[in-house]
Design a protein around this ligand. Structure first.
Ligand code: ADP
Length: 343
């Protein structure tokens, strides 16, 4: 259905491009025809003048007639030849223009088609992710309601479990909304102090780290502690919190996560280092895709998530003309590095 719509639009756009091209070709041909005809006619007028004034022709009118009819023939043939050439040129433009217009229409529509397909994939993934916790909650509630002797302890357990799912749903919807917001609005550009940015992000992750007995350490070089970047503080902080949250999530209990900041040329480098489970080399190019979660049994079994965090962090850093990179060794840990241009 969608494929058909894109095919139809391609054909329509090809027709529009071709019509514009042919219109230009016709206007150009008419102009060329007029100029050439006036040139031919001018030569003919010269010939007629010559025939009228040449003394030899006055003495021999037959010769003058022959001369003039030759020139008339020449002029008429010139006109016909010109028309033929313009018709051939028009046909060549029509055929090659048809191919060219089709190629151009495909090129114009390709990014729109790709964006459309990615949006469809995104919507399908998002609805799947939204359905899963809802189904879990529904099943738990239904089972509880079927139990006529449901006691307070069991009810509490059910409510706690439901609350967990609700929390997960709110994180998911918040991330989905932020992703959509980032697509639509331009981010504010303010001066953001790197030191404050790192401190605030650590503070925001502190409770989750403490729950897992993970220590968060901040190490700033002298230059980095004075550095500022241009951008939206809330979004940049969100990106760092995602990296810190992941570092905590994928580390063992009691581990240490270090946030290091330094400057290099005209950039500031913020690295989040953990000694957690690490990422397989094959997964590294995919972890920034929306909804991608590395399929390590430990990742999925122990830690909840939707695979949206890194996609969001990547987008935020991209919007700040920065870069986000990762180096990781499975079983040894990962380092996510954010590079941002200095203000
Ligand atoms: P999730 O909600 O699953 O954490 P993310 O987009 O934040 O989603 O991360 C995508 C995947 O990248 C995760 O599922 C995990 O497999 C991997 N990953 C991200 N950060 C780390 C890390 N610090 N250590 C190990 N694996 C990580």
């Amino acid at each position: 259905m969608k494929q058909q719509l894109f095919q139809k639009t391609t054909v329509r756009l090809t027709a529009v491009y071709l019509a514009v091209l042919m219109l230009l070709a016709v206007v150009f041909s008419i102009a060329l025809f007029r100029v050439s005809v006036s040139e031919l006619d001018r030569n003919y007028v010269h010939a007629v003048d010559f025939a009228n004034n040449f003394v030899g022709f006055r003495l021999d009118p037959q010769l003058a007639d022959n001369y003039l009819s030759d020139r008339t023939l020449e002029r008429d043939e010139g006109h016909q030849h010109l028309i033929k050439q313009l018709v051939v040129l028009g046909a060549v433009i029509l055929v090659s223009g048809g191919f060219f217009s089709y190629a151009l229409a495909r090129r114009t529509l390709e990014p729109i088609e790709e964006a459309h397909m990615s949006l469809e994939r995104f919507t399908a993934d998002a609805s799947h992710e939204l359905r899963t916790p809802l189904t879990t909650m529904r099943t738990e509630i239904e089972v509880a309601l079927l139990n006529p002797e449901l006691n307070v302890k069991e009810s509490r357990k059910l409510l706690e479990s439901n609350l967990e799912e609700v929390d997960r749903l709110s994180i998911l919807s918040e991330r989905l909304l932020t992703l959509a917001r980032l697509d639509e609005y331009e981010l504010p550009h303010e001066n953001v102090a790197v030191s404050e940015l790192v401190s605030k992000s650590i503070e925001a992750t502190h409770a989750r780290a403490a729950a897992k007995d993970v220590t968060l350490k901040k190490k700033l070089s002298g230059a980095a502690s004075l550095a500022t970047v241009q951008g939206d503080e809330a979004s940049l902080s969100e990106a760092l919190i995602i990296l810190l949250d992941n570092a905590v999530k994928y580390s063992e209990k009691g581990a240490t996560v270090i946030v290091e900041a330094s400057t290099r040329y005209k950039s500031v480098l913020i690295a989040v280092k953990d000694k957690g489970i690490g990422i397989e080399t094959a997964d590294i190019p995919k972890i920034f895709e929306r909804f991608y979660r590395a399929d390590q049994s430990r990742t999925r079994a122990n830690e909840h998530g939707y695979g949206l965090g890194l996609a969001l962090a990547h987008k935020i850093i991209d919007l700040h003309t920065g870069k986000i990179e990762v180096t990781s060794t499975p079983g040894k840990g990962s380092t996510f590095t954010v590079l941002l241009p200095l203000a």
